[in-house]
Design a protein. Structure first.
Length: 482
């Protein structure tokens, strides 16, 4: 780096060999245009008089990527007793340059005199988080790009592909459309304005392994991408993948698995889609967000197809895990994916009679048994089933058995209920409520019970009635004539 050999203004230049070097960072004064972020600074320090020091700082010009030139600064200090307590500010020096790039330096000096900062030549930058990525032959890859504007006014820049490997398809897109110009909003405070776009790169199916450069432009800015073509084990294959290989729910629910079918064969393929599920289950394969069921689907080379596998379990499916195997077949290629449905047990219990009629007969003062049926109508096993009842006063109700250890899904158990109305119960209809209970489910049913009195009392009543009639007949016969 060279120092100015002449200068404008009152600053004096000392020879470079007589000025000690020190690596420091120049702080810009308020009101000056900011230099590009991250530019390294080298300062040559030398005292001239007692208050003026010439410094220089390299700046990289975007229009000449390989040229580094020094931009002069002058530090003006106001002494307060000693140099250590001086109040200093930096201001640009308008100067000519002693170098073989004298014409270019003259242009720079003119631009500096006009107040144009080098940062203005790179007001909009084009960047990406990952400028070097690996791709597969036949693959289409989308890379995110960011345009940033460091100026206080909006900028419109032209976009283009400067260089791409022969046979490669490279396109600049944004919001689903091809773009060749972009508007970048102005900065807000210290935060630059931003615009986002993508570059879509399609690698030929016969691309040889190696590194391939792709150069993009945004105005005067250039961005070079390095795409490394590799052939790993995933190349030349068909892939079935999903983000959710396990779904859980009750047997009455429908399970929808999102599945991606990727064609890495390097050729367009038509795949036959197959699914294997337990007996009584239904499986439908549809394109994502569509209702039509498909048995085969075409996928271009290097492309992917979004599918949805919808599984309807059997209504009698018990709690547990059930695998669903999905296959995609093409001539010479096959992909397989195992999905798992986890049936969460449902607890549902029913209480009825063998005939379905919810009534019974009972005799006052006597045990009157009848049968009830406990059903497991859920998909989980019922355990520790107990019984209770609500009956009229002075009635007794008992169960045999009074506890059931377990009932499997879809099965039933018969329980004998014994009723005993009191001896003086009046004949008629009564309501008796019976409840079957487990820790997970409850079933309750109300039965109508018709109570009758014992038959012997009926005969006694008939006898008394007959005796009374006979007595009256005898009285009328003896005393009737009188």
């Amino acid at each position: 780096m060279r120092m100015p050999c002449t200068s404008r203004g009152n600053a004096r230049i000392r020879p470079c060999h007589s000025i000690p070097r020190a690596a420091v960072l120049i702080q810009q004064p308020a009101g000056e245009r900011a230099w590009p972020v991250g530019t390294a600074a080298r300062v040559w320090t030398g005292q001239v008089g007692c208050a003026k020091v010439n410094t220089s700082r390299p700046a990289k010009l975007p229009i000449f990527p390989q040229l580094h030139i020094s931009v002069g600064f002058r530090r003006e200090c106001r002494m307060r007793g000693s140099l250590a307590k001086a109040d200093c500010t930096f201001r640009p020096i308008r100067s000519a340059w002693c170098s073989r790039f004298r014409p270019i330096a003259g242009v720079l000096a003119v631009l500096l005199l006009l107040g144009i900062s080098p940062a203005a030549w790179a007001a909009v930058t084009l960047t990406t988080d990952f400028p070097g990525i690996s791709v597969q032959p036949g693959e289409t890859r989308s890379i995110s790009l960011t345009l940033r504007n460091y100026e206080s006014s909006g900028q419109t820049v032209s976009l283009g592909v400067v260089q791409a490997p022969p046979g490669w398809d490279v396109r600049l897109t944004a919001r689903g459309s091809l773009v060749h110009r972009a508007y970048v909003p102005p900065k807000e405070g210290d935060r630059p304005g931003s615009a986002f776009l993508n570059v879509d790169v399609t690698v030929p199916a016969d691309a040889a392994p190696g590194d391939y450069p792709v150069i993009l432009s945004a105005g005067a800015e250039r961005l070079e991408l390095s795409l490394r073509v590799t052939k790993d084990r995933s190349a030349g294959e068909v892939q079935l993948t999903t983000q959710y290989p396990r779904l859980a729910g009750p047997s009455a629910a429908e399970f929808a698995f999102p599945v991606t079918l990727a064609n890495r064969t390097g050729e367009d393929q038509t795949f036959q889609l197959l699914a294997q599920a337990p007996v009584g289950w239904q499986v439908r394969i549809t394109p994502r967000f569509e209702q039509r069921q498909v048995a085969s689907i075409g996928v271009n080379a290097g492309a992917t197809q979004q599918l949805e596998v919808r599984v309807t379990p059997s209504p009698q499916a018990e709690a547990g895990e059930y695998p669903i195997v999905v296959r995609a077949l093409a001539p010479g290629f096959q992909a397989e994916l195992t999905l798992t449905t986890v049936i969460v047990g449902t607890f549902e219990m029913g209480l009825t009679t063998p005939t379905g009629r919810l009534n019974a007969d009972a005799t006052a003062g006597r045990d009157s048994p009848f049968n009830i049926v406990v059903e497991n109508r859920g998909s989980a096993e019922l355990r520790n089933i107990t019984f209770s009842s609500v009956a009229p006063p002075n009635w007794t109700v008992s169960f045999s058995p009074n506890r059931i250890d377990r009932i499997a899904p879809g099965e039933r158990e018969t329980v004998t209920v014994t009723l005993r109305p009191p001896e003086r119960a009046v004949a008629g209809d009564y309501a008796v409520n019976i409840t079957a209970r487990t820790p997970e489910a409850v079933a309750s049913t109300t039965f109508r019970v018709s109570v009758r009195t014992p038959t012997v009392w009926g005969f006694v009543g008939l006898g008394l009635t007959a005796a009374l009639v006979a007595a009256l007949f005898g009285v009328f016969r003896v005393y009737g004539r009188r």
